[in-house]
Design a protein around this ligand. Structure first.
Ligand code: HAM
Length: 424
């Protein structure tokens, strides 16, 4: 028996219903925020991720799924969505649309060759947002508000928002110099990866899972001491806007994030419930001014976030939250011999917006009523020889057990009056 690849999973049954519910909610929420749906390819030229995500990040050095296509080109399965959306934004000249800022959202699978464990998969799903062209700190606060409100709508309580600033390029460069100076005497004690990061991107050292509990890490320079006035002001404004939205947060100076493209605002949302597990970061994001310029020939600011579906589902289970996905149908049609008529009615019901099903297993009437119960059908319609002859159908309310005899032409009207159908 061939099994699925390690770190992947199949979606079916209740899990499928939950995921469809979450996706529906995301689409409705994003409509309210007036963000546009964007879809990019699952694979891109490898160079895109190397440049955007960063040569010294764990994602690029260890975790990408790389392959050569049949024309010997280097391709990579996307490990995250930002780089691809930035590429699409530039390539499709979305910046020339006067309707700015460009506010985009996506839902889709990402691929990272990580060690599989709870909350960490090799194929995982993200809901993400990328906003381009605005330098207004209000948009940073709005981007943070999206996952916060999404979690709130779902009823999650144990979440904590942590924010930090990495400052602008000038502040970051000063900070990098300070880190290089500070770690110099400790170079020999750093892991091999960090030795490599030392000159290329010393900020990455702070994010190292191997080294970061070493004693000398505690006194490493802090970003907050290297921020220029502009960066400080920007960060203060983001906080004011978060206050205006009554979003609770904690300023956590240790957040650097695992991707290289950030500056100014960075943030994470954690599941802060005891016992949740090590992979408790539900969502992460931040501002990435300069990334668009690095990839293309235009310079536009950007800010965004992404949240993982898998950790979200675990958090919902952890807090015993049942998603209100629909688990019932409107009508179950029972054919008694008259399968063509039943089949034709079934189609009419569906095209008029009712959720309808029938028997494809040649069940007895009794077994069909059981099936209607299993499907939580609100109504049952029986179509037999007599019904076809008279043109009058028996409709039973499957909850109250009330029975009605309705002319076949009036069936849709009857159901319209008794059930809220969804327009097609
Ligand atoms: P990230 O922090 O790498 O950021 O991932 C965001 C979220 O994706 C994480 O908080 C987590 O919920 C989920 N996630 C990441 N890796 C895995 C995994 N192996 N298994 C399951 N879930 C995972 C980004 O991807 C950035 N592109 C976010 C962003 C958008 N920044 C600006 N715009």
């Amino acid at each position: 028996m061939i099994q699925r690849p390690k770190g992947t999973y199949d979606v079916y049954g209740v899990k499928a219903k939950k995921i469809l519910y979450l996706e529906k909610l995301i689409n409705v929420l994003m409509e309210k925020y007036n963000y546009n749906y964007i879809r990019t390819p699952l694979f891109e030229k490898s160079e895109l991720f190397h440049r955007a995500v960063g040569e010294t990040t764990d994602i690029v050095t260890k975790e990408t799924y790389d392959f050569k296509d049949k024309s010997d080109r280097d391709m990579t399965l996307r490990p995250e969505g930002t780089a691809s959306v930035v590429r699409a934004y530039i390539e499709n000249k979305m910046y020339s649309d006067p309707n700015l800022p460009s506010k985009n959202y996506y839902i889709g699978p990402m691929y990272r060759y990580e060690r599989p464990q709870s909350g960490r998969y090799r194929e995982f799903y993200q809901f993400g947002v990328e906003v381009f062209s605005s330098n207004d700190p209000m948009i940073d606060a709005e981007v943070i508000s999206i996952p916060v409100n999404f979690y709130k709508l779902l009823g999650l309580k144990g979440v904590k928002v942590k924010i930090n600033t990495l400052g602008d390029t000038e502040s970051r460069n000063k900070y990098k110099e300070a880190l290089i100076e500070y770690f110099k005497p400790y170079l020999d004690s750093l892991c091999e990866d960090c030795k490599n990061r030392y000159l290329k991107n010393p900020l990455r050292i702070l994010d190292c899972k191997v080294d970061n509990d070493k004693e000398f890490f505690k006194d490493a320079p802090k970003m907050r001491d290297y921020l220029n006035e502009e960066s400080k002001n920007y960060f203060e404004k983001v906080q004011k806007y978060l206050d205006a939205l009554e979003i609770e947060y904690e300023v956590d100076y240790s957040i650097v994030r695992g991707l290289d493209y950030y500056n100014h605002t960075v943030f994470e949302v954690e599941a802060s419930v005891e016992g949740f597990g090590a992979q408790n970061v539900l969502c992460g994001g931040g501002r990435y001014n300069g990334l668009v310029k690095m990839i293309g020939n235009t310079d536009e600011p950007g800010v965004g976030f992404a949240l993982g579906f898998e950790r979200l589902l675990t958090a919902l289970e952890f807090e015993n939250i049942n998603l209100p996905y629909e688990d019932e149908i409107d009508v179950y049609v029972i054919p008694v011999g008259e399968k063509e008529t039943a089949f034709s009615l079934l189609q009419a019901l569906r095209l008029n917006g009712f959720k309808a099903d029938t028997d494809y297993m040649d069940r007895s009437i009794k077994a069909n009523f059981k099936q209607a119960d299993r499907l939580n059908s609100k109504y049952v319609i029986i179509i037999g020889e007599e019904e076809v002859k008279n043109g009058i159908y028996k409709i039973k309310n499957n909850k109250t057990k009330e029975e009605f005899e309705i002319n076949k032409e009036d069936i849709i009207d009857f159901l319209d009056q008794n059930i809220d159908s969804e327009e097609m």
